[in-house]
Design a protein around this ligand. Structure first.
Ligand code: IPM
Ligand code: MG
Length: 358
């Protein structure tokens, strides 16, 4: 299989380099995998004047899967919207039809104390947020700026979801729940938004096809509150693009650090883009401080979903678990006073654990 590697900006290249070392170990052992690297985000702007250069899109289109770092940085903050690094990622998701974003939030027992919540609230946490990724207010037209009737400048965006869009993401939610605890919570704002009323009707209708899954509904404000009050009540959450963006950042803190959370963005045929859910952290870039584990765990997801190699995925996940059990910590997951290590040293530890666990 061929993996397109898009390191991106900030800490992106450093963390992706550690995942690349994991790929190298697997390839040395005989796994048939090739990689090719291309710029995206600010790196795309620097290389080709476009956050998603044509050659990068072509590579992503022909590869079997994509591993991405992160995009964005202060250097690009003043560019017009269509040149901003984030647009590279959004266009890539849209162009490849990557509508299903899986964001698992798992708390490794060793990190219970690193979570911002009390250990008894979060220990054993294992939830998945299924976020719709190619629709909603992120892509809705019309959008822009205009003068309102009073002659004032205003900005506007449009939220919308079609029934087929809701159905296909709801099906991913139901199917995901079916493989786990069989509980699906659909999150919307149906007390206010027409889009959400249709969302709720559609998800409810589909539930008849999944009698073995218990469906519940929750308003997004309540869901944000319940996630910190009692997160273990959830198994799988399915929601729209914007609500999912917000709730998945919130859920990441339950898992100790946003530096621990991987994600998969899948099309209808299990082709996917895999990336940590965190950003490019320009303040940490180039300092060998970033946590590479979310990227390495994203690579595990790649093997599970796009390579049909759950055995390889589990082996990578076991290696990550082992380095945590051994006490290895980057700064973001260390307790005050605990010894920390750098990005590359964490990569060393994972590679060593992987070799042992062959
Ligand atoms: C994410 C990020 C992106 C999003 C940004 C970088 C466009 O926050 O993947 O969650 O909003 O989807
Ligand atoms: Mg986000």
């Amino acid at each position: 299989m061929k993996i397109a590697i898009l390191p991106g900006d900030g800490i992106g290249p450093e963390i992706v380099a550690q995942a690349q070392r994991v790929i190298d170990v697997l390839r040395d052992e005989g796994l048939a995998v090739t990689t090719e690297t291309a710029p995206v985000g600010g790196a795309g702007v620097d290389a080709a004047g476009d956050p998603l250069p044509e050659a990068t899109l072509a590579l992503a289109g022909t590869a079997d899967a994509i591993l991405m770092g992160a995009v964005g940085g202060p250097k690009y903050d003043t560019l017009p919207r269509e040149k901003r690094p984030e647009q590279g990622l959004l266009r890539l998701r849209k162009a490849l039809g990557l509508f299903a974003n899986l964001r698992p939030a798992i708390l490794y027992p060793e990190l219970a104390a690193a979570s911002s919540l009390k250990p008894e609230i979060v220990s054993g946490l294992d939830i998945v947020i299924v976020r719709e990724l190619t629709g909603d207010i992120y892509f809705g037209q019309p959008r822009g700026r205009r003068k309102n009737a009073a002659g004032e400048d205003e900005g506007f965006d449009t939220m919308h979801y079609s029934v087929p869009e809701i159905e296909r993401i709801a099906r991913v939610g139901f199917a995901t729940a079916r493989q786990r605890g069989r509980k699906l919570c659909s999150v919307d704002k149906a007390n206010v938004l027409d889009t959400s009323i249709l969302w709720r009707e559609t998800v409810t209708r589909l539930a008849a096809e999944y009698p073995d899954v218990t469906l519940s509904h929750m308003y997004v404000d309540n869901a944000a509150m319940q996630l910190v009050r009692n997160p273990k009540q959830f198994d799988v959450i399915v929601t729209g693009n914007m609500f999912g963006d917000i709730l998945s950042d919130e859920a990441s803190m339950l898992a100790g650090s946003i530096g621990m959370l991987p994600s998969a963005s899948l099309d209808a045929n299990q082709k996917g883009l895999y990336e940590p859910i965190h950003g490019s952290a320009p303040d940490l870039a180039g300092q060998d401080k970033a946590n590479p584990l979310a990227t390495i765990l994203s690579l595990a997801m790649l093997f599970r979903h796009s390579a049909a190699r759950p055995d390889v995925a589990e082996r990578i996940e076991r290696a990550v678990h082992r380095v945590l059990a051994q006490g290895h910590r980057t700064g973001d997951i260390a307790l005050p006073g605990e010894r920390t290590m750098g990005t590359r040293a964490m990569g060393d530890a994972v590679v060593a654990a992987l070799r042992e666990a062959r």
